[in-house]
Design a protein around this ligand. Structure first.
Ligand code: 5GP
Length: 190
């Protein structure tokens, strides 16, 4: 997606050869027009696939996911991150390793917001090793629902999340695919 690649080139900050910072349009300040175009592009790519809900992880996935859900005219559910929990009876809980923060987080979704048989589109801001997406997929499947697609705003293709997800049988659509963050610059896959 050209507008997204241009924005990443212009405003993305390469923190290391592993991490890209995009806090001026996605992760802290949000560019709503670009997020709307991101949502519309996901819907275009998944044309012909039906979804009952969009699922993401708080907080950075919410902006692109809400625009996707708006365009699809379906609800958005976001998984919540918790450090520790006492009351878990009405929740789905999975443990997810956070690549950027290097901690294990418990992610939770209220049981009342996922129903058996539903077809879910997972949206996330970044794909690195696939931990967050696999965590959400485990919850969806334990609810008896189906992962009907995975939409990623920025895929770091040099980390192995995309490969792992595709090997597990999920359809992954990534709007910007980064081949490398070496030499302090962003190089996209063609
Ligand atoms: P994964 O779970 O695929 O290993 O990592 C994806 C998650 O970690 C995303 O939800 C995102 O929040 C965070 N993440 C991974 N890599 C980056 C990065 O380079 N920049 C930012 N801002 N977040 C990242």
């Amino acid at each position: 997606m050209k507008a997204l690649q241009d924005k990443i080139r212009q405003d993305g900050i390469v923190l290391s050869d592993q991490v890209l910072k995009v806090d001026s349009f996605l992760n802290h300040m949000v560019d709503p027009q670009l997020m709307l175009e991101v949502g519309q592009e996901f819907v275009r790519r998944f044309e012909g696939v039906t979804f009952d809900k969009v699922l993401t992880l708080e907080s950075s996935g919410i902006a692109p996911a809400v625009m996707t859900a708006l365009t699809l005219q379906v609800p958005l559910v976001f998984a919540r991150k918790h450090k520790s929990l006492t009351l878990k009876d009405d929740l789905y809980v999975e443990t997810v390793y956070s690549f950027t923060k290097q901690v294990h987080n418990e992610i939770t979704i209220s049981r009342k917001f996922l129903a058996p048989g539903e077809r879910i589109l997972i949206i996330d801001d970044f794909l690195a090793y696939g931990e967050a997406t696999f965590g959400m997929a485990r919850i969806i499947e334990s609810a008896g629902a189906t992962v009907a697609g995975v939409g990623i705003v920025i895929e770091k293709s040099f980390q192995d999340g995309a490969r792992r997800l595709k090997e597990a049988g999920y359809r992954v659509e990534s709007l910007a695919r980064i081949a490398s963050l070496g030499e302090q610059k962003v190089t996209f896959l063609p």
